[in-house]
Design a protein around this ligand. Sequence first.
Ligand SMILES: Cc1cc2nc3c(=O)[nH]c(=O)nc-3n(C[C@H](O)[C@H](O)[C@H](O)COP(=O)(O)OP(=O)(O)OC[C@H]3O[C@@H](n4cnc5c(N)ncnc54)[C@H](O)[C@@H]3O)c2cc1C
Length: 394
Amino acid sequence: MTGRTRVGIVGAGPAGMLVAVLLQRAGIDCVVVERRDRAHVEQRARGAAVEHRVVELLRRHDLAGGLLAAGAVQDRIEFRMGGRRYPLAYHPVAAAHGHFVYPQQYLVRDLVDVFLAAGGDLRFETPASTVTDLDGDRPVIRLGGAAGPSELRCDVVVGADGEYGVVRRAIPRAALTIHEHQYDYAWLAVLAEAAPSSDCVVNAIHASGACVHVRRTPTVSRFYLQCPREDSRADWPDERIWKEIRLRLALDEPWTLNEGPILSTSSVRMRSLVCAPLRYGPVFLVGDAAHVVPLVGGKGFNLALADAEELALALVERFTGGRPARLDAYSETRLARVWRAQEFVGWMMDLVNTPAPGIREAPFLHRLQRARLERLVESPAYAAAFLQDYIGWD
Ligand SMILES: Cc1cc2nc3c(=O)[nH]c(=O)nc-3n(C[C@H](O)[C@H](O)[C@H](O)COP(=O)(O)OP(=O)(O)OC[C@H]3O[C@@H](n4cnc5c(N)ncnc54)[C@H](O)[C@@H]3O)c2cc1C
């Protein structure tokens, strides 16, 4: 069975859903195909930090209702090292710039609701197996799923199918340059049913490895523990997870760590990837399908939404006004932003992660981390530059 649409979007994550909603509002026919079911997509806990420019983006499109009602406003970030706190308040330098914690799956749920309520065509449990006819002017998304194989012929295909998606892999390898950096360690992502122990993000630098604590909701906390890349869940029984969190977040002053049942864990590879260009003929890449940043600094979800807005507005100009210039510039426009985020995240990775234990330079690098922290809390100019990238304003 062959279907037809103007814009075929593969993936109903944050990037795919924002492209879909913005196209729908402009009256451009589009179809979203998603391999998982609706409950999975709306409950998959991943990122949560929403930077200032994305708060503004959502406001611009009247999509910030859920975020403003239920998101937690951030007003500082804290680092810890050697039992000491290194707090960094946003006031006064960044006080005007909103920075929220709002779980990404809630935003996806909000976008799915808006799209479906307006009659959008969103097909869950419909995996794309590949994209063909990329060199013509009507690419085809090949689909699987319970209803059997079918295809969707499009004017444009948007690859919003994440880090391991099929759309990027359908583009001839020689047409893309992949810039990649793999770190020597992983992070164990832990979601626990425990009230947050801090109302701001805490990044602990410790000889045993980094530990990050982030509020998710009033009753759920996220922790990340730097760990060897080859570790599996079996290496991390619950008691060991809590022992390491206690150790790495420890302070020389009284404070309470709220503990509770562990809801999920996953090992997250720490890698940076940028694919260029973000376009191959009628196929465009957005979000994690186009670039991956390690978790620290919370940029992946934000970059995905910013790509989505730029691509959607460019498609609207192309399809409703016959003006292709913005679409032609899409890749260049977004790659400039993506590289800036990669630079910032690379800096953050060096700041918080412990160099491989045993390497000769480890004590020296650890001392550099302390010097950076001291400079962050002592130099307003250094702190302002950090906050601009972290909170995300232009
Ligand atoms: C544990 C964890 C914590 C994170 N924390 C943060 C954070 O705090 N802040 C931050 O900014 N970022 C964070 N990130 C990164 C962030 O989650 C991603 O950058 C973001 O999800 C990218 O959105 P996306 O829409 O591009 O891709 P995704 O969210 O990956 O969505 C892709 C969608 O495509 C679907 N799909 C895949 N293949 C197919 C196919 N063949 N056919 C149909 N559908 C398909 C998938 O099911 C999925 O729904 C975190 C990531 C992880 C794993």
